[in-house]
Design a protein around this ligand. Structure first.
Ligand code: ADP
Length: 463
């Protein structure tokens, strides 16, 4: 099962290679044999002409005399070449006849050729054929040569040997190609299947909860690289989700521990009689309970916003109306710290969820009030462009250190831990702001200088 991919790839590559080798061998064999037969046929025609002209040259017209010794020698050579010759003069008198010269040799040569050709080329339907060629000198017929040879063509020993060697070489090349393709095919299959198998293994580990596993991104194939990258991305996001889940549990426990511990020690002291029960002490207890209540409230809000079913009831909203109503809700807090506030800018209409937008403004204004210096001015500026609109809250307050800015939108993050306990923040307000603004397709930005103040800017699309 584990190696079935590799086996399949190897056998597919092998099947393709085998088929290619078979096609190449078959076609090359067929064409080589055909071309060679054509060549041999031509050679044999030429050979007949050479025999005739050589025989003609044995006649001396001056003396009307034939060189019979040469004719006999040439005739004998021709027998060994597969040509059975009979030479006649102009009167039809036989000058030399291979069969009567050495019948046994002729029969043996003919039987050899016939047997070999019928064995090797059974489809050729070959047989010995006789052709008569006239010999002439200056248009005067001096005689004729009858040549019998195996037709349409025949191969002699060396030609057979040549074809045999050629076929052996082709077979050798085929076997070599097959061996090489087995080696390369299995290497290739290994190269392709290995990263896939590794990825499958890694996916199995991830499914079993081991999110730290990562794959090496070394494969050269684009699609495999993409697969490895996707698995690594998946592991990354699962790991960070797992870390966030753990962090959240830790943070909630931590956030609850402080007020509960304080509450516990206050109440214990009162029960033990070490402390008198006074309205002030009860008030301190109430403050801690209130802090826990607010924390739970914030967590509930955040979980609602971050849950999958979170739905925005968008409608046309006048930004300045939302901001004015938010500001008027802070009348007491502003008054208590002697803060002034001014709303400036344009009056755009946006498509948004008014209640959620009010929540954003409330959280930002609550922070501005919390961190502003007593008696300082706060300002809200509304702006718009062609397709976006937004607002910014500015306070002349403590500001936020530069290195802390990237984290302030994270859950439970508080820039200055000691300062914030006194200001009562849980570190969730800005997380809620960011979630709501992003659900609207917008963004929150912050500019802040320690000791000077901070500006939080919210921008959302108009529609
Ligand atoms: P909190 O409830 O603690 O205010 P937030 O999520 O609203 O939580 O803010 C996170 C942290 O960012 C705060 O603890 C505070 O340190 C910093 N912060 C937010 N707004 C301001 C501001 N206007 N001026 C200075 N610091 C701020």
């Amino acid at each position: 099962m584990k190696h079935s991919l590799r086996r399949k790839l190897t056998s597919t590559i092998l099947a393709v290679v085998l088929l290619s080798i078979a096609i190449v061998s078959f076609t090359s064999n067929y064409f080589i044999n055909r071309l060679f037969a054509d060549y041999v046929k031509e050679q044999q025609l030429l050979q007949s002409q050479i025999i005739v002209s050589t025989m003609s040259s044995q006649y001396d017209s001056d003396t009307d005399h034939w060189n019979l010794d040469n004719i006999s020698a040439l005739g004998m050579f021709s027998i060994y070449d597969g040509y059975i010759i009979k030479v006649m003069d102009a009167n039809g008198t036989v000058l030399w006849d291979a069969q009567s010269h050495d019948m046994e040799l002729c029969n043996r040569v003919m039987a050899d050729i016939e047997q070999r050709m019928n064995l090797q080329y059974p489809g050729l339907n070959g047989e010995f054929k006789t052709t008569i060629h006239e010999m002439a000198v200056d248009d005067t017929v001096i005689g004729s040569v009858s040549i019998s040879n195996f037709g349409p063509y025949f191969l002699d020993d060396s030609q057979f040997e040549f074809l045999r060697s050629l076929n052996a070489i082709l077979l050798g090349i085929g076997v070599l190609a097959l061996l090489v393709s087995i080696v390369i095919g299995s290497m290739l299959a290994k190269r392709i299947s290995e990263p896939i198998l590794k990825t499958v293994e890694a996916a199995g580990h991830i499914a079993a909860g081991n999110y730290t596993i990562r794959l090496e991104e070394s494969s050269g194939t684009g699609e495999l690289k993409m697969l490895v990258t996707s698995i690594n991305d998946l592991a990354n996001s699962l790991e960070s989700m797992e870390a966030m889940r753990k962090q959240l549990t830790e943070d909630v426990a931590h956030e609850l521990r402080t007020p509960v511990t304080i509450l516990q020690s206050y109440i214990e002291s009162m029960i033990d009689g070490m402390w008198d029960v006074t309205p002030e002490r009860l008030n301190s207890c109430y403050e801690e309970v209130d802090r826990i209540g607010r924390l739970i409230d914030d967590l509930e809000k955040l979980s609602r916003i971050e849950s999958e079913g979170f739905h925005l009831s968008k409608k046309s909203v006048a930004l300045h109306t939302v901001l004015e109503s938010t500001v008027s809700g802070f009348f007491n807090e502003l008054d208590r710290k002697g803060l002034t506030i001014e709303i400036t800018g344009s009056q755009p209409i946006v498509s948004a969820d008014p209640d959620r937008l009010q929540q954003v403004a409330t959280n930002l204004l609550s922070n501005a009030v919390k961190y502003a210096k007593e008696g300082s001015p706060l300002s809200v500026h509304i702006f718009e462009s062609d397709d976006e609109a937004g607002f910014s809250f500015n306070d002349k307050g403590d500001g936020i250190p530069k290195e802390e800015l990237p984290f302030i939108f994270e859950r439970f993050y508080r820039a200055d831990k000691s300062r914030n306990r006194s200001t009562g923040g849980s570190g969730i307000g800005l997380t809620i702001v960011k979630s709501i603004v992003e659900a609207h397709g917008g963004r929150v930005e912050v500019e802040s200088v320690v000791g000077i103040g901070s500006t939080f800017t919210v921008t959302i699309p108009k529609v």
